[in-house]
Structure formats: structure tokens, C-alpha cells
Write a protein that binds this ligand. Structure first.
Ligand code: ZN
Ligand code: ZN
Length: 429
């Protein structure tokens, strides 16, 4: 471990700042800063990351990677073979969110575009994928510049459409594990709005939740609002459904099994005096265990159907799963190995263990065929702002918030340092 950390230090020291605590980190040189600002100001929606993918592909090619584009949509795969050793894949996401940025930053995104439904939306890197790409490219650059320090095959993976949990699956379906060297390990980082910049955090084992997005359509029989007796009112059925669903977690779950059932959207009807024919609900369901997941999905179908039957509905409701993501399981041995290297590099107090989150990710797709994966978190909040908020209890803007503004410099420095160190802990000579 000592020799390994010496190599890591040597590799990184060329770009280390002259003084103070910054010595723990590489510097964010001009190129990365420019890349970040460019990516931040030109975000693209899920599945439409054409210019972003091009920038990633061009960057990797310039560093000497063999680059394939258009993998599973707009996916990018850069391969650098450098002797015998493990195949380490490092993943970044390429996509941004349909949010109007309200950070007030001088370099805020002003991008507007049409979404898939043809509606004009703002576009913002509110999940910080611009920071992931910048860290990823910085890592590729450092490793390409010092090939004598490592041995094996490095694969830099740019994944589209993470926010719609579809991009990883599409890349795998397009032959990611057959057309390119199959990874021994897959690594990724994700920024965090709950941690100060300069800090990384990890969860060994289950780290994110299973997530299912459901569309529910409740059918009634519409008519005049003054003649409810001549109708079957789907608004009333939907209202009962929303309330009965609350009992799934509170009355049917073992309290040691965390779970969430949220009705995020309910739409039906057009005006005061018309009872509509149908009502549409959209649900998100979160949990950490396959049995719990099945119980919740079965329970939703059971409750929706029973409420429709209770109201005498003539047509049973439709329940469809629109999107699904499986929980990320960070391989425990891999996690311990990488975190030992990160502790040496960043200092013990800057590497923190954390509980699983109720967020979800399609990074779990890369676990296919038993490939060990690790995704760790990268603090992104200005340390002073974070410590003030922790003292006062003030809620800071979270990921997917229009006000989410990472502490750019320290976040990127830590991202490049941590990701490079993580790769070298697996491939370092
Ligand atoms: Zn996100
Ligand atoms: Zn994200």
C-alpha cells in the first residue's frame, strides 16, 4: 500500500498547489475548468446528448484512447490498453435535466429546448453530471499522461440517459460487455448536495434504492356533475386509492424494511360540472429488498383494483410500470480496497461512511454477470456554507434543485484526485 500511495502521490504531485491543505488535491487546471464551464452552459436532455458526447469522444481521442461513439444511443466508450492487468471501467453520465437554472451564477445555463413532448423547457446540470464529466476527463488525462504508473486496460465510459434510467441498459444491450473488454471492476462517483466539497463518502453494500415509476389509470363513467347517480366517479375512486396506498408502508411493512410509496401526480377532469371518464395517477416506489419491492407492487395493484370494485367500476384500472431501477450494490471488498487508498490520499476525516440513500440510479445495470461495482459520493457544497447550514439546520438546495450550485473548484479538484486514486488502487504498479 505504501508503494502504491507513493506512486499515486508522484503521479499527482506535478499538479499540486504550492501551499496549505490544497496539497491533498490535484489542481483544476485551465482545461478542466474550461471544460466544466462549457458543459455547465451547454447541457442536453437525456437521450439527446449529441454535442456532449462529441466533446467527450474528442477529449478521449486527443489523449490516445480508442474511442467508439453511438453505443446504446449517444454513449461513448474509450479504451486504453496498457499491458496485463485488470480492466477498470470508469463511468460518467452525460445528461442534464429539464430545469430552468436559478443559481444566479455568472456562468448559469440559459439553454432552452423542446422536450420529447414538444414543450419548451430550460435545461440545467442540476444533478452535477457536468462535474462528473470534468472529473472523469481529468482522471483520463492524468492516467494517459503517466502510463508507466499503471498496468491493465482502462475504459472511460460516457453513459447517456441516466435521469430516465435507460442509458446503461441500452449500452449493455448494444454489446458493451461483448464488443469491448469486459470490466473486472466498474467505478463511478456522484456529487452530493449533503456533503462539503473536499470530502468523499461511501456505502459498502446496498447504497441506493430500488425505484419503480408507475402509471395508474382509473376508469369510471363520466357525466354531468349534477347527476352523480348516473355516473361512476373516478375522482372519488382515485381519492380513496391515494389514501389506502398510505397503509401499504404504515400497516403492511415490517418497520425494519424501509419503503416509500408516493403519489406524485394526479390528473382528471376538465371543469366544475363534468365528472370525467378517467383519472391518471403517477407513483414512485422506493425500497431496498426484492421481496419488499414485490409486496409493494402487488399491493398497489390489489388496492387499486379493490377500490375500483368497491365503487362498482365497470372497467378495472390499468397499472403500468414506466421506469425501473434496481438498487446499487457496492461490492464490499472493492469498496474497502478503494476507500483504503482514498483515506491515505485525502485523509481519514475526508472519507466518510454513510447510510444508503432513497435516491436511485441505473449504475446497478453494470453489476450484470456479477461484475463488482463501486459508486461513491463526492461532496459538492462550499465547506463554510455546509458548516453554517449544519449549525443552523438550514436546508440547502439539493440535487435536481434549480438552485443547486456546487463549489466548483474544490469539488472538481477532489473529484479528479479521488477518481484517479481509485483507479490506481486497482491498476497501480
Ligand atoms: Zn439526477
Ligand atoms: Zn445524477
Amino acid at each position: 500500500m505504501k508503494v502504491q500511495s507513493l506512486i499515486v502521490a508522484l503521479l499527482l504531485c506535478a499538479s499540486v498547489l504550492a501551499a496549505g491543505q490544497s496539497q491533498r488535491f490535484v489542481t483544476t487546471d485551465e482545461v478542466n475548468e474550461k471544460l466544466y464551464l462549457d458543459l455547465h452552459q451547454s447541457p442536453e436532455l437525456s437521450g439527446h446528448e449529441t454535442r456532449t458526447a462529441q466533446k467527450m469522444a474528442d477529449g478521449l481521442r486527443a489523449l490516445g484512447f480508442d474511442v467508439a461513439t453511438g453505443v446504446g444511443g449517444t454513449g461513448v466508450v474509450g479504451v486504453m490498453k496498457n499491458g496485463p492487468g485488470p480492466v477498470v471501467m470508469v463511468r460518467t453520465e452525460l445528461d442534464a435535466l429539464p430545469i430552468v437554472e436559478r443559481t444566479g451564477l455568472s456562468y448559469a445555463s440559459k439553454v432552452k429546448t423542446l422536450n420529447d413532448a414538444g414543450v419548451e423547457v430550460g435545461v440545467m446540470h442540476a444533478c452535477g453530471h457536468d462535474a462528473h464529466m470534468s472529473s472523469w476527463m481529468g482522471t483520463a488525462r492524468l492516467l494517459a499522461a503517466k502510463k508507466s504508473a499503471w498496468s491493465g486496460t482502462l475504459i472511460m465510459l460516457g453513459q447517456p440517459a441516466e435521469e430516465t434510467v435507460s442509458g446503461a441498459r441500452r449500452m449493455l444491450a448494444d454489446g458493451l460487455y461483448e464488443r469491448f473488454p469486459k470490466p473486472t471492476y466498474v467505478l463511478a462517483l456522484h456529487d452530493s448536495a449533503d456533503l462539503p466539497a473536499g470530502v468523499v463518502a461511501y456505502t459498502a453494500g446496498v447504497a441506493t434504492s430500488n425505484a419503480d415509476a408507475l402509471d395508474v389509470t382509473i376508469y369510471g363513467r363520466g357525466g354531468h356533475g349534477s347527476r352523480p347517480d348516473a355516473t361512476i366517479d373516478p375522482v372519488v375512486i382515485a381519492a380513496r386509492v391515494v389514501l389506502t396506498l398510505q397503509t401499504l408502508v404504515s400497516r403492511e411493512m415490517n418497520p425494519w424494511n424501509p419503503a416509500v410509496v408516493t403519489v406524485g401526480s394526479i390528473h382528471g377532469g376538465t371543469r366544475y360540472n363534468i365528472i370525467p371518464d378517467e383519472v391518471h395517477l403517477q407513483l414512485t416506489v422506493r425500497d431496498y429488498d426484492a421481496k419488499v419491492r414485490q409486496h409493494l407492487l402487488d399491493g398497489i395493484r390489489r388496492i387499486v383494483r379493490a377500490e375500483a370494485e368497491a365503487a362498482g367500476a365497470e372497467k378495472m384500472p390499468k397499472v403500468e410500470i414506466a421506469e425501473s431501477a434496481t438498487a446499487v450494490h457496492n461490492d464490499v471488498a472493492l469498496t474497502n480496497r478503494v476507500m483504503a487508498a482514498l483515506r491515505e490520499r485525502l485523509g481519514d476525516s475526508n472519507v466518510r461512511e454513510q447510510k444508503p440513500v432513497t435516491g436511485s440510479e441505473d449504475f446497478s445495470e453494470f453489476e450484470r454477470d456479477g461484475v463488482p461495482v463501486l459508486q461513491f459520493n463526492l461532496g459538492a457544497v462550499n465547506p463554510q456554507v455546509w458548516s453554517d447550514a449544519t449549525k443552523s439546520g438550514k436546508q440547502l438546495p439539493g440535487l435536481h434543485s434549480s438552485a443547486f450550485a456546487p463549489d466548483r473548484e474544490l469539488t472538481l479538484k477532489t473529484g479528479v484526485t479521488a477518481e484517479t486514486t481509485a483507479v490506481l488502487s486497482l491498476m497501480g504498479k
